[in-house]
Design a protein around this ligand. Structure first.
Ligand SMILES: Cc1cc2nc3c(=O)[nH]c(=O)nc-3n(C[C@H](O)[C@H](O)[C@H](O)COP(=O)(O)OP(=O)(O)OC[C@H]3O[C@@H](n4cnc5c(N)ncnc54)[C@H](O)[C@@H]3O)c2cc1C
Length: 403
């Protein structure tokens, strides 16, 4: 490893302690950089839906030495069913069809992965919770960073890993409207008691244009997700009561368990709500500042790709910075190395997100029929392969260097 004294830039501030931030910190710390993470939440945010880790991202987890921890946290889903308004199964799916994963890939709760990454970095990285960047001033020899609470500090480099609505991106690259592409849908996730006694089992109740899901994993009591058409004006991001009212109004006439889940929504300790949107930027860096994960290339919360892209992006960005001894020209190499992989996954993410919810009654009937057929066909393996192959290709569309 390069002697730390030879680094052109050594101190790095990362904004955001979810997936991309701590994964980047892991590698930078290992390479000898001095890393600080600022997170606006008062403590580690543990909530969120189950997320897939696929292809190159699994390779990154393995190189981090975290594979055993990840396997222990696996949701280990046994399968699930699509149900009608009375709870009658329309199609029953095994774990292969419910997860659409290639052998070796895995699925964990987002919060569990955030905890694994935090635990693996907390001894070598300075975490500052309950604060955020208010201003960034780039100088020839560093970045002057102003915080909401803490006193201003100088860092050599600043990385925005602060998600789809990144503040660093807004401060350095411009307003979100310039980079966001909306699918027209919104999603909400809540934690609920497992009152249906689901055992690693997922139930999906689709209606035209909307979906309600509930599942339990080995690690979570139960989670529910609502997917629905976003109104032209979504409630403000911090306005949880307005977001909950919107979900409740949208699903007021819902069948199956919808009324029970809506009743439980206000008690959820980790309410998550967002528009189903992508982020597209031509360039992920400007001077001494760069972006990683959803802040740079969010594929949308329904894509099944975001967490993998964050892990791979963190690995490549840290590796290129190390290879360049901290010189920010590494940011160009990071983008060059990642561009193809990101393009493939953004395209796939858009398709996944926009095809997940069937628009009308006819489309819904067709979707259910296809699911039922694929799960029953004698050549099910072949049909499944043709669905999984494009996902696998995108997940592996990068060669990971050994930095
Ligand atoms: C609590 C939570 C629940 C989620 N649940 C789901 C889910 O159910 N389904 C799904 O598909 N995706 C979910 N996501 C998004 C998913 O984690 C990401 O798409 C993906 O893992 C990429 O991670 P990321 O680290 O780039 O961004 P994110 O996971 O979005 O993390 C961004 C982090 O930055 C922090 N942050 C934001 N603004 C600032 C600021 N100004 N200053 C400091 N810190 C800031 C956030 O609090 C967060 O910890 C969730 C994210 C969070 C934070």
């Amino acid at each position: 490893m390069t002697n730390a004294q030879q680094f052109t830039n050594k101190t790095v501030l990362i904004s955001g302690a979810s997936i991309a931030g701590p994964a980047l910190a892991f590698w930078l710390d290992r390479y000898g950089f001095t890393v600080t993470i600022v997170e606006q939440a008062p403590s580690l945010r543990e909530g969120g839906y189950k997320v897939d880790i696929r292809g190159a991202a699994m390779e990154v987890i393995e190189r981090m030495g975290l594979l055993d921890e990840l396997r222990k946290a696996s949701t280990d889903m046994a399968g699930g069913a699509w149900v009608d308004a009375n709870g009658k199964p329309l199609a029953t799916l095994g774990p292969d069809l419910i997860g659409l994963r290639s052998p070796g890939d895995d699925e964990v709760l987002r919060g569990d992965l955030a905890r694994i990454l935090f635990d693996a970095t907390k001894s070598g990285v300075e975490y500052v919770f309950g604060d955020s960047i208010t201003d960034l001033v780039q100088h020839a020899d560093g970045v002057e960073v102003h915080f909401r609470n803490a006193a201003p500090r100088m860092f050599d480099l600043v990385i925005g890993a602060d998600g789809m609505h990144s503040t660093v991106r807004r401060q350095v690259f411009g307003p979100e409207e310039r980079f966001a592409r909306h699918t027209g849908m919104a999603a909400c996730v809540i934690s609920v008691p497992n009152y249906l006694d689901l055992d690693r089992w997922e139930l999906v109740h689709p209606t035209p244009g909307r979906i309600v899901q509930m599942y339990s994993t080995t690690r979570a009591a139960a989670k529910a997700q609502f997917i629905f058409p976003a109104p032209a004006q979504l409630p403000d991001r911090g306005d949880v009561p307005a977001q909950q009212r919107l979900v409740a109004d949208t699903f007021a006439d819902g069948g199956w368990e919808t009324a029970n889940l809506l009743r439980l929504m206000p008690e959820s300790p980790d309410f998550y709500f967002d528009s189903v949107s992508q982020i597209h930027l031509d360039t992920w860096s400007a001077g001494r500042v760069a972006l990683v994960g959803d802040a740079a290339y969010c594929p949308s919360p329904l894509s099944g790709q975001g967490t993998s892209m964050a892990l791979v992006g963190a690995y490549v960005l840290a590796g290129e910075l190390f290879a360049a001894a901290g010189d920010q020209r590494a940011f160009d190499r990071y983008q060059e190395k990642m561009q193809h992989y990101i393009d493939e996954n953004l395209a796939l993410g858009w398709k996944n997100a926009t095809q997940m919810v069937a628009g009308g009654k006819g489309a819904l009937r067709m979707q259910t029929f296809m699911l039922r057929m694929v799960s029953r066909l004698p050549w099910k393996g072949m049909a499944l392969r043709s669905i999984i192959e494009p996902i696998e290709q995108a997940a592996k569309a990068i060669h990971l260097e050994d930095y």
